[in-house]
Design a protein around this ligand. Sequence first.
Ligand SMILES: Nc1nc2c(ncn2[C@@H]2O[C@H](COP(=O)(O)O)[C@@H](O)[C@H]2O)c(=O)[nH]1
Ligand code: MN
Ligand code: MN
Length: 302
Amino acid sequence: MAFAQSHIMAARRHQHSRLIIEVDEYSSNPTQAFTFYNINQGRFQPPHVQMVDPVPHDAPKPPGYTRFVCISDTHSRTDPIQMPYGDVLIHAGDFTELGLPSEVKKFNEWLGSLPYEYKIVIAGNHELTFDQEFMADLIKQDFYYFPSVSKLKPESYENVQSLLTNCIYLQDSEVTVRGFRIYGSPWQPWFYGWGFNLPRGQALLEKWNLIPDGIDILITHGPPLGFLDWVPKKMQRVGCVELLNTVQRRIQPRLHVFGHIHEGYGVMADGTTTYVNASVCTVNYQPLNPPIVIDLPTPRNT
Ligand SMILES: Nc1nc2c(ncn2[C@@H]2O[C@H](COP(=O)(O)O)[C@@H](O)[C@H]2O)c(=O)[nH]1
Ligand SMILES: [Mn+2]
Ligand SMILES: [Mn+2]
């Protein structure tokens, strides 16, 4: 009996224990990490890793599917975007230039004009006012790096999230819609000290460790290493190594939507997860890339 009980306990512990992701030895050099894992493991190569053609906007939705319309990096330039039919809108951050309340209100009005059943939004590094710690530091530095934000009164942005009345805003949090568990997080690797920047390695891994097991759709502002994260002018991979390891080894979502690296617009898949870089704006901040449509089978009992 004692054996049977301890055996059951061990099985339970196994069932509830979570895979621990550790900081990668190549964390601080993503280009080197990409080369190493490609040569030694073929980690980013066919046949399991492929570019994917996006679903045409006029393709009929298969019965029993939910249609996701994915956009990112609209940077207050929504007017020319042709929005396709769909059920759920996902915006992966950088909807403004500086997170000014006037920009947030305009974006919220635009969201209100769209017909989707659910609209899910996260912040990016340009939504400065959504990052409360960033704003507190900025005030201490007398707005040295962002003088145009200095005219804002703290009362106008302290509760800036509440201006987003026409969507579900996620910030290290999750929501279930149509049976899909969806998690959103704005953090990305440090680059010139914008909002929600964190150093590569342990600091970012701690944010990814907040993502619960069992998430179906992950939304982050930045890409994981090796998926639509290439910056041609620098000849660099800039995706987060810890995000890749968390996505591929622990979360294994059906869909991972991000933006941030405008040059990486497109769709890839690794056999488990479909990766969408939904940047609407090009590297010159022109809103020329169309929204990306993804159909997923709707979970039963919803
Ligand atoms: N070499 C790197 N370039 C980066 C990184 N993060 C962003 N970028 C470049 O900036 C644009 C636009 O980004 P935004 O957040 O200001 O809209 C992006 O397309 C890249 O060219 C980085 O970590 N390293
Ligand atoms: Mn952007
Ligand atoms: Mn960005």
